[in-house]
Design a protein around this ligand. Structure first.
Ligand SMILES: [Zn+2]
Length: 314
């Protein structure tokens, strides 16, 4: 019996070696742990360390730490497609320091989910982009990459896993429905993921993202825009007559418009960066129209936009 402790130690060592050899990522997992430990150490420091510039601020006499706090939590989910050929390729990409890209989750087309980063950490999946006034989506979002070569259809198993994951995240962090968005939404000039096969409507039905009503209801009051048009100018020198006793004759003309604000305003309200309108319209169509993706807004697109932007005002 006295050999028991050493036997346990040997067994543990064997188990450790076996788990290391069965996981091709054991080396980069160690890098993760080391880095996470370092951040933990930095955050737990008190008094709070200040940079040289911060130290010149007019701080009070005492160091006072509050007793009431927790961690900041994510409030957006950004969905991507990997534009790579396999999950293995993506896992590799996200564990090579030189690529400088990552995401919290990768979902294979067989439905397998790889969580590569704690939700509370900041992954590097958004790059430069904007949604509403939020210009640092990486800081406030969870990134989910779907294995997809960029044009293929998303498998049923993959979408099912995604839905289950979104349910967990939405409940855990209380993320509003409107804050489930795509990479192309936040970076319209650079990105086209997830591709036009992505089932945004199906997601919105479950509360992940917003969608327009099936048959957009557009009331007569909503669509009639009154334009005042000067149709005739009467020379001032002319003597007013019974028929013509005013300087201007104003004719009211009814113009039917499917959208009651400008497309730019509507897209802005939804969240799009409209500094490049063609790109913003393409991104809107990739997400909400899908059958046609270009920079033209048809009558039907305008009706959808009219119905949709109001949902973002609620
Ligand atoms: Zn992306």
């Amino acid at each position: 019996m006295k050999h028991l402790p050493s036997l346990v130690a040997i067994l543990l060592l064997i188990a450790l070696i076996a788990s290391c050899s069965s996981n091709p990522y054991s080396k980069t997992n160690r890098v993760y742990k080391k880095q996470a430990k370092e951040y933990g150490k930095q955050l737990s420091k008190f008094p709070i360390e200040h940079s040289e510039k911060e130290a010149t601020l007019n701080f009070g006499e005492y160091e006072v730490g509050t007793t009431n706090f927790n961690l900041r939590k994510p409030n957006y989910v950004v969905i991507h497609h990997t534009a790579q050929d396999s999950v293995a390729q993506t896992l590799k990409t996200f564990t090579l320091v030189r690529t400088q890209v990552s995401s919290h989750y990768v979902i294979g087309d067989n439905g397998e989910i790889y969580q590569m980063l704690n939700d509370y950490y900041r992954a590097w999946h958004g790059g430069s982009g904007q949604w509403g006034n939020n210009t640092d989506l990486n800081s406030s979002s969870i990134g989910i990459e779907l294995d997809n070569n960029g044009s293929e259809v998303f498998s049923e198993a993959q979408i099912q896993s995604l839905m289950q994951l979104l349910k967990v995240l939405k409940e855990k962090y209380n993320i509003p429905a409107a804050n489930f968005i795509g990479h192309s939404d936040i970076a319209p000039t650079r990105k086209v993921d997830p591709n036009r096969n992505f089932p945004w409507k199906q997601l919105a039905e479950e509360g992940y993202g917003l969608w327009y009503d099936d048959i957009p209801f557009v009331s007569v009051e909503d669509t009639l825009v009154t334009e005042k048009e000067i149709v005739k100018e009467v020379p001032i020198l002319e003597e007013p007559t019974v028929e013509n006793d005013s300087i201007f004759e104003v004719k009211e003309q009814k113009v039917v418009s499917p959208l009651d604000v400008s497309p730019e305003i509507a897209l802005k309200i939804i969240g799009y960066d409209t500094s490049n309108m063609d790109a913003a319209i393409r991104a809107f169509k990739l997400h909400f129209i899908q059958t046609e993706v270009n920079a033209n807004l048809t009558d039907s697109d305008l009706k959808i936009l009219n119905n949709l932007y109001k949902k973002y005002l609620k």
